[in-house]
Design a protein around this ligand. Sequence first.
Ligand code: TXA
Ligand code: MG
Length: 344
Amino acid sequence: MHEPNSIDAPQLEQAARRLLEGGLVAFPTETVFGLGADAENPAAVARIYAAKQRPAGHPLIVHVAPGADLSWWADSVPPAARALADAFWPGPLTLILPRAARIPPAVSGGHATIGVRCPSHPVAQALLTRFAALKPGGQGGVAAPSANKFGQVSPTHAEHVRSEFPELGPSELLILDGEPATVGIESTIVDVSDPSGHVAILRPGHIGPEQIAAVLGVMPGWGGKASPQVSGSLKAHYAPRTPLYLVAAEQLESVLDDFMDGHDGDVPRRVAALVFQAPSQPHEGVDYHPAERDAHDYARHLYATLRRLDNQGYDALVIESPPDAPEWHAVRDRLRRAAAAFEG
Ligand code: TXA
Ligand code: MG
């Protein structure tokens, strides 16, 4: 029987050694699965870019064990970075810092900054701790983007990872399993690299601006001019294969009407609608799926839901827009980018 909370020690050792040898290891985190390689080994990092089919200029996040020395990675660690790390690590927060000159630029896609995050998932922590212990000097980090092909839906289960990389056998990609993600969407990215001290959120996530402001005493900005291509900030991203439409509650009926009526082919359309409340008069041909009403629950299951619906052969996925409220910000961001892939 698979015990989700137990860590398979021999497998963990094998995974840490695989990383040390320059190989790829996928591992669970509290956000999404990462596709990991030794952050300081450019050949290993190149394997990540190749496997993901990710454009070379897109920087990766370095994952570190609890208690790791940030100055190993960053040539300066501003007070705001220390404060945020103290408050939110281990957890779903990535800090963008000025990259230490010693760290090979490949991990940052050649940029002068570096993204660092200490995840809270027990399997991720065990892997990172063991890997660092094997490295000379006891410091090491694992570069890991989400373990999906570029632009696709992020994985929150080991089977998702396996299905993303069918071309990689077990000797090319070791996949660790573990307890399910508690957050389910990618970490909040905060840029603390600006010498002026200006702090900006580059990607919204579970940790919101209010929580960051509570630590820093000042509201973070958004975007940040210095930020290089952030793939999660591309307009179209996180997309399933089935066309996905994000529709306001008031427009749901008419959009479904148009979608079902405007079709004159012989084969009836099949549409999945992810809605907060099923209508009293359901449309024929529409399968209504209940959406989680709590923003964190919605986020936790979002990617598994998208993948499940994507695999059911629907002609379209129609998703009711979540409320325009702060706690829904990160989910709305992911849904908008998923829908953008199908806009005119
Ligand atoms: O929750 C997460 O962050 C997950 C798990 C695996 O930790 N990782 C993740 O990685 O979402 P990825 O590569 O899918 O997205 C990382 C984002 C990208 O948009 C990338 O451009 C941005 O982080 N990023 C990484 N380093 C950066 C840097 N130096 N400057 C600006 N953006 C950076
Ligand atoms: Mg990603």
